[in-house]
Design a protein around this ligand. Sequence first.
Ligand code: SAH
Length: 369
Amino acid sequence: MNSASAPVKQVINLLDYDRKGLEAFFSEIGEKPFRAVQLIKWIYQLGVNDFDQMTNLSKSLRAYLNEHCTISTPDIVLEQKSTDGTHKWLLQMGCGNRVETVFIPESGRGTLCVSSQVGCSLACTFCSTAQQGFNRNLSVAEIIGQVKVAQNRLGDKAKVTNVVMMGMGEPLLNFNNVVAAMNLMMDDFAYGLSKRRVTVSTSGIVPAMYRLTEVCDVSLAVSLHAVNDDLRDELVPINKKYPLKELLAACKDNVAGSPRRRITFEYVMLDGVNDSVQEARALIKLLKDVPSKINLIPFNPFPNTLYRCSSPEAIERFRAVLHRAGMVTTVRKTRGEDIDAACGQLVGKVADKSRRHLRLQKQDGERAA
Ligand code: SAH
């Protein structure tokens, strides 16, 4: 038969649905919505992917699922383990797209750093993911699949207790898929993580921050990195569209009405760029009426970057100024350095189609000439 005339069989990946989505799916095929909970338990709690083993589903339903559906997670291309226990997986997302997922074990918890996009469109100047440009959004299955793959590989040795949407990409620019995946992370019948243990990190997509506050109760981290618009425009260019004043208003809206809730502000420490004592003081002023925690991130270098990490003394000085003013401040420990698993170092290996990349290549060529 000529392939052009062959009917295309649509196979549904059930990892693409959160509980509500699955309930709608089952209703559509004439099944009771409670099948959603049964299926979710099999998939996420018991790690069973074979419909024939799902013994509380009727035989006819199993046959239907076998014919029309799959439970399909991303393939592992490479698995690395750091001397400090950090794991990194390079995952194949189809069409040559690859992303990275990192597991960071700490005493009493295990944090999984999950990617939301292949590449990133935001061009933050100190981030290596930005260099590859934007390729595409990940599907719900590809996002929740990262948790499933990691938990499966870790087995009984470790448990994912926390998820941070801090891998590759800007999660709030892939809003619906990220929210559905986080619903599954927090669903008691799936991974059952508490809302305090699921964190979205954003560079500050202000309208999406308001929407998130309305529809999904998770913790919010904001990549601040600068205390004035001039510098933030340079480091996090989306600031030109959503400047600090608007960003901080959206932050306040997120915590309003929840007295115990705080925004985590991430602040990458760049030598001679944003790490002065004056800037620490300006940060205190800037955040004076936003319930906040500050997370100072030592800059992680990558090939061709012009930035350097602040000295340990400068970081300590900056931290001490904030601490004296009563701000809850932590300095992020860099983990997984030997396997390039630290913040801002995740690159995956994608067929880079971005114009930005071509421009960089051209510049390199011109410089070499
Ligand atoms: N796009 C989202 C999430 C991905 S980045 C965001 O901007 O928040 C996760 C965190 O790592 C962000 O705070 C980001 O600014 C920081 N980061 C990026 N590159 C880094 C680098 N080279 N060194 C240290 N932190 C970096």
